[in-house]
Design a protein around this ligand. Structure first.
Ligand SMILES: [Zn+2]
Length: 269
């Protein structure tokens, strides 16, 4: 009796993936990571939108600003994490790391991660604020126990037509993972699609960088309608071997220990 029941369920479940007629989803060639910076108050809603599409994102938080105006609350952050999204670090106060001393960089990156850990998270990837990164910042990110870090830029977009369409699945530099430029209010649906199509030409990793998700709320925003349309389109790309993963899962980032709180900054090198 069980077998009779199981057959139609199996057929129904497999049908959407069976576009090629083989019944098997195609091999994964392109991995998309949807990343959301700055711990914005609009992020719980967009997390829900991702969930409705069967996707999970990566949310980069500045712990000093949590609970602030137009920012995530601790509760909102917890709700996002509980649904299986990745929580990553973005420095304490959203600083331009290349303008800081190494010791200041260490405070900004390590103390932020330490606080996320104290809140019960296991942050393993970092996003550099403004994508501002140098060799010191990369070394400090590593020292603070991050296993990978995301920059902004380096992949093909209007500002860099000659850039590659995708990061390699094993990133060239896992402490400076490349992306197209940040999604802005003037980034149209077709531009977002194009960033995926560019990546599909070679296959690889394409992390997209979002900030706010709301109507008429600044240059670094996308409307919920456009986001929803994009996610609906993106979901269908599975038939082309394109899937969505958190950045942590995309690069296989693992938990590494924090340094002792009183450790001085390591010597440069
Ligand atoms: Zn930021």
């Amino acid at each position: 009796m069980v077998a009779f029941l199981a057959v139609p369920i199996l057929v129904t479940a497999a049908a959407p993936a069976a576009l090629a007629g083989t019944g098997k989803p195609p091999k994964v060639r392109t991995v998309v990571s949807l990343t959301f910076d700055d711990g914005d108050s609009t992020h719980p809603a967009v997390a829900g939108m991702l969930e409705r599409h069967g996707m999970r994102g990566t949310f980069y938080v500045n712990t000093d600003t949590v609970g602030g105006e137009e920012k995530l609350t601790r509760r909102g952050l917890a709700r996002i994490a509980k649904k299986g999204h990745e929580i990553g670090g973005h420095t304490l106060t959203h600083v331009r790391l290349t303008e800081l001393t190494r010791s200041e960089q260490q405070t900004q990156i390590c103390d932020d991660r330490r606080r996320l850990v104290s809140w019960g998270y296991r942050p393993v990837t970092l996003a550099y604020p403004f994508g501002s990164v140098d060799s010191d910042a990369k070394a400090v990110a590593r020292r603070c126990g991050y296993d990978a870090a995301r920059g902004v830029g380096g992949l093909k977009e209007w500002a860099c037509p000659a850039c590659p369409g995708a990061e390699t699945l094993r990133p060239r530099d896992r402490y400076d993972i490349r992306t197209p430029g940040s999604i802005r209010e003037d980034t149209l649906l077709r531009h977002m699609r194009q960033q995926i199509l560019n990546a599909e030409k070679t296959g690889g990793l394409v992390p997209l960088v979002f900030h706010r998700v709301c109507d008429d709320c600044g240059l670094y925003s996308v409307t919920p309608k456009r986001m929803n349309d994009f996610l609906g389109w993106l979901k269908e790309r599975r038939s082309r071997g394109t899937v969505v993963k958190t950045l942590k899962d995309a690069v296989g980032a693992r938990h590494r220990p924090l340094p002792a709180a009183e450790d001085p900054a390591a010597a440069p090198g």
